[in-house]
Each structure stands twice: as structure tokens, then as C-alpha cells.
Design a protein around this ligand. Sequence first.
Ligand code: 1CP
Length: 369
Amino acid sequence: MSETSAATPAAQPGQQSSQVTARRGAAHDSVFLRAARFEPVPYTPVWFMRQAGRSLPEYLKVREGIPMLESCMRPELVKEITLQPVRRHGVDAAIFFSDIVVPLKAVGIDVDIKPGVGPVIADPIRSFDDLQRLRPLEPDDMPYIAEAVGLLVDELGTTPLIGFAGAPFTLASYLIEGGPSRTYENTKAMMYGEPELWAALVDRLAQITSAFLKIQIEAGASAIQLFDSWAGALAPDEYRRSVLPASSKVFDAVAPYGVPRIHFGVNTGELLGLMGQAGADIVGVDWRVPLHLAAERVGPGKGLQGNLDPAVLFAPTRVVETKAREVLHAAQAIGDSGHIFNLGHGVMPSMDPDALTRLVAFVHEASAR
Ligand code: 1CP
């Protein structure tokens, strides 16, 4: 973990008020942030990717009749949805309710989130001409984000708020394919066949992603997670050549703030070392690689987040507990701290929320030291 991680940056002239620093400060000694800084903790902190969302009846209720992207632009609603899993499950951190495509919408890309599908882009970006439509992101493009984060950190008090963004590769895959993909054929065609266009695209996305993260941090987010959900589609050499430089730019851009930086992707067993090298303090691991092996791949000085198979939650409680204990045991490879318990990917809509609440209590109890 880098020296800067624990500190608040001194040199962000005119960008960060002392008020915001003080608000973030309320969560400074939380178990989540202590673990993220490798400090001793009384128990392993836990939160869940996609903890806000369709598994919760209270979420379905407040979202009724409001399209996904519109809900992300209503600060009071964002605050309520972000708080719901914190109230219900007692998780150790909140994750900001938004989506990785919100900053694309903010710079004028015609994107919608279609129920049951995901993000759909009306006019995919496949040429230098198309790239002109992807302009840089300015803080004024999304005033509703800083407002929602501000409301949240005031309400959350000592519970930290995790900000997030999509990494350049994963965002590029939606922009190029026009929506979710299994094969990433158009994305890879550009990456292999038009390396200059590809480099320009991921560089532009690195700017947009960095700006989106900065807005959240400056408004009071205590940590960030960069989701490169689909980077696992790439071989390590290709990741190193075509993706890592852009993701590194993002991590470098937020480094001066000193907030812990988490980097996650699905199916990234072969990329874990490189994803750490990109600049993360903590590497998120899916369920395919046990944490003691992930620790070897990531190397010393970095934390790990994960990695219970989400589908385990559909099994009886005793099985969930056995499997969760296995995760805690494997995490001992990195010592008593530096581990943040999570699922290996997001909560599924059909999951029983009570099973998640029980899991939080179990992780706290089973890891107590
Ligand atoms: O109407 C709805 O409820 C739509 C479902 C939904 C939700 C709840 C989408 C559509 N996005 C979100 C919120 C969201 N998205 C959050 C905040 C909630 C939380 O974590 O508690 C976060 C962190 C995301 C990030 C996100 N969006 C990722 C990275 C995380 C991951 O799952 O790997 C990705 C890939 C997206 C794109 C996206 N948005 C929505 C869907 C269904 C998808 C995936 C589509 C695909 O398969 O490509």
C-alpha cells in the first residue's frame, strides 16, 4: 500500500474544500477503510457489488416507473437507494448508486439502459469521425453526482461511501459493440486492426473516467472501485499492451487524493498481477481463483477483495457459511488485514436478501479477532 493512501492530498488547489475533507474524515476509522489501509481490524469488513438493486423489494418500489438512467440523475432517490442495503444488511460500506454509462450520457452519447438487457448505445463508435462525439467530461456536466454524494456522506456518517466508474476497456466494449456482448468481436477488431483509433478511444475514456471519479471523491467518497468487468476476455499480453496504459492513467489521476483504489473484473484470474500493477491498492477477485493463489499472483503490498461465488447464496445457510469460511481462511494468506469480503461478482436480482443479511453477520462473527 502506498504512503499516500492514508493521507488527504495537499495539492488540489481550489478543488477540495476543508468541509469535504472533514465529512470524509467521519469514516476514516471505519473497519472498511482500516482494512483497505492494512491496519488492524476487529473483523473482516464486507460489502456486496450490486448490493443496491433488484434483489431488494424496497428498491423495486422506489424505482417504479422511473427509468434507470433518470433515477441516477435524482440525488434524493440516489441517496435513498444507496442507503437501502446499508440499513438492511449492515454492510461496512455503501456503494454509490449510479451506472458506468452515466458519464457517457453526460457527454452527450445516446445511451439507454434497457430493462433485462443493459446499456444500449444508439450509434456505436467505430471510426475517428465517431470519436468526435465523445468529448471530455467536465464537472458541470453532472451536477447531480456531487449533490447526491454530498447528501449521502452527510447521512452515512461513519460508514464509508465507495465511488466507482467503468474502466476504459469495459466502457469501450459497450461503445463499440452498441450493447452487451459475449464475444467482443467489434471491440477486438478495432483493438487488433486499428490500434491508433483504439488508443485514442481508450485515452478519451481514461479522461472521462478520471473526471467521473474525481467528482465523486471531491464530493466526499472515501474509496473508489474501477470496474473493468469484461477485461477477462483478453490475454495478458494484449491487456498489458492495449488496456493497462489507459487504466493506469485513471489510477494515477486519482492517486493524489489518497483514497483506497480497488480494481475489479470478472474472469481475470490470468490478469490479477497486471490489474494490481495498473495502480490498484486492492485487487478484486472473482470466485474462480482462491484468495491464497490470488495473493501470489498480485504480489505483496496489495489488498484483496472477494470472492464468494454469488450462486452459493442459493444453497442452504450452512453451505453458505462453510463456503464463506473457506474464503476467510484463504484470505489469511495476506495476513489479518487487507482483506475485504465480497462476492466474486454482483448480487443477482433473484437472490433472497435475507441470505445476504445473514452472510454479513456471519462474516463479522467468523472473522472476529
Ligand atoms: O433497472 C435496473 O435496476 C437495472 C439494473 C442495473 C442496476 C441496479 C443496472 C443496469 N445498473 C445498475 C446499478 C449499478 N451498475 C451499480 C450500483 C449498484 C450497486 O452496486 O449496489 C453499479 C456499481 C453498476 C456498475 C455496472 N454497470 C457494471 C460494473 C459492475 C458489474 O456488474 O460488473 C456494469 C458492467 C454495468 C453495465 C450494466 N448496467 C446495467 C446492467 C444490467 C449492466 C450489465 C449488462 C451486461 O451484461 O453487459
